[in-house]
Design a protein. Structure first.
Length: 409
């Protein structure tokens, strides 16, 4: 299939919801209209302004870390503690959100994520077929009754309204709302109700994913197509990283492609905010990124990392697109690290002496490995292997950035 240069498209908002002040035309944002209780939208805006004056750094403006619990945390670049007197403001906002139709179990935990939106109605959409199944969610292809437009509905169920589960989903929603780029999937709205512990995320519909295309015997990617898809992936990641977001699960199944060859990064369920100053924040979990695309620092137990974890995954995917299969197919973390060292070489002794990673002593190879990358990919263009060598640097700081990768040949 072809790969075209991505263009900014205007998302179509379900027309049936316009009367209730739902989504603004295609931006994925809705507004709190005059239909909210008492018509106090101006007061809410005034209170929010006062809140911003009290906060030295708001979580949504500063790229603050959201901890692994899903809570926004104070860690050197996050929001500072707010006076207890603002508790009344939070209660007021919760009341406004309840009046807008949000259930209390959601607004109490995820108020920031849904702020300014109005929930969509389930009966505005017709489910057509199930197109995906995950551990915690199911994805449906659906049709908006009013416009006839095809969308994707991601159904998420919260067992007994568990607050921690809701917080994780709130983080994903908050991240998706922060991002706005033609190579990132657009969240167009949310469907929920007061009586149900189920939520639907409404996304634009994409016909394919890269993993499915790679597995098709009828499809072989040419080098120009690979370059085109990589450019779109790196452009989307550059936007994520510039907005303080790391994806933490880049792989073919999470890269959607439409019939025009436009690629969009999807599934931000493991994504998190990061700070440019890695040294001052809460520890992160190392149990992220699908094993075959997981960088060595995570396999060694790092809890202090940044967007370079995504860059490693990009390198794995670039090689996969070129040869048609994953290049590092380990069955365990130990085997995965062994395969990485065998292909990319093991770090120098200085690295092992300086590193304080939890599993460094356990996983350090008995003998050093030399890189076999150039021999493995000797039939590829030199510029391509050179880029791979950078992206798949065992030491994270040597991988460069999405921006630097975009400038390569």
């Amino acid at each position: 299939m072809g790969c075209v240069s991505s263009k900014q498209t205007v998302s179509v908002t379900p027309a049936a919801l316009d009367h209730s002040g739902a989504l603004n035309g295609g931006s994925g944002r809705s507004r709190v209209g005059s239909s909210t209780a008492g018509g106090d939208g101006g007061l809410v805006a005034e209170l929010e302004l006062n809140l911003k004056k009290v906060k030295k750094r708001g979580a949504t403006e500063s790229g603050s870390e959201v901890g692994e619990s899903g809570r926004t945390s104070s860690n050197g670049c996050g929001s500072e503690s707010v006076s207890f007197r603002l508790g009344n403001l939070h209660k007021y906002v919760e009341g406004e959100q309840a009046a807008a139709g949000w259930p209390s179990w959601l607004s109490a935990v995820a108020g920031e994520a849904i702020h300014g939106w109005v929930p969509l109605k389930a009966d505005s959409f017709e489910k057509l077929e199930k197109i995906g199944q995950g551990t915690y969610s199911t994805v449906f292809r659906a049709r908006d009754f009013e416009s006839g437009r095809i969308v994707a509905l991601k159904k998420v169920r919260f067992d007994n309204f568990e607050p921690e589960s809701v917080r994780f989903m709130a983080r994903e929603i908050l991240i998706l709302r922060r991002l706005d780029h033609p190579n990132i999937i657009k969240l167009e709205g949310l469907i929920t109700s007061r009586s149900s512990c189920t939520m639907y995320l409404v996304f634009e519909y994409m016909e394919h994913d890269v993993s499915g295309l790679l597995s098709s015997p009828d499809i072989t990617f040419t080098e120009p197509q690979v370059k085109c898809y990589m450019k779109q992936l790196l452009s989307g990641l550059e936007h994520c990283h510039s907005r303080g977001v790391m994806h933490r699960d880049i792989k073919g199944a999470n890269l959607l492609v439409d019939n025009d060859g436009v690629l969009k990064i999807a599934d931000f369920g493991l994504a998190n905010f990061f700070c440019s100053n890695y040294g001052q924040r809460q520890p992160l979990t190392s149990r992220v990124v699908t094993l075959w695309y997981r960088p060595p620092e995570l396999l060694l137990g790092s809890t202090n990392y940044g967007p370079s974890v995504d860059i490693w995954s990009v390198g794995c995917l670039l090689a996969e697109l070129l040869i048609g299969k994953p290049i590092l197919q380990g069955r365990t973390e130990v085997e995965q690290l062994h395969k990485i060292f065998k292909l990319c070489g093991s770090p120098a002794d200085d690295y092992w002496k300086k590193t304080k990673l939890p599993h460094a002593t356990l996983f350090k190879p008995q003998y050093p490995y030399k890189s076999s990358l150039w021999q493995t990919f000797d039939d590829m263009p030199e510029a391509c292997v050179s880029l791979l060598e950078t992206l798949l640097s065992v030491e994270a700081h040597k991988r460069g950035t999405a921006t630097s990768a975009l400038s390569s040949e």
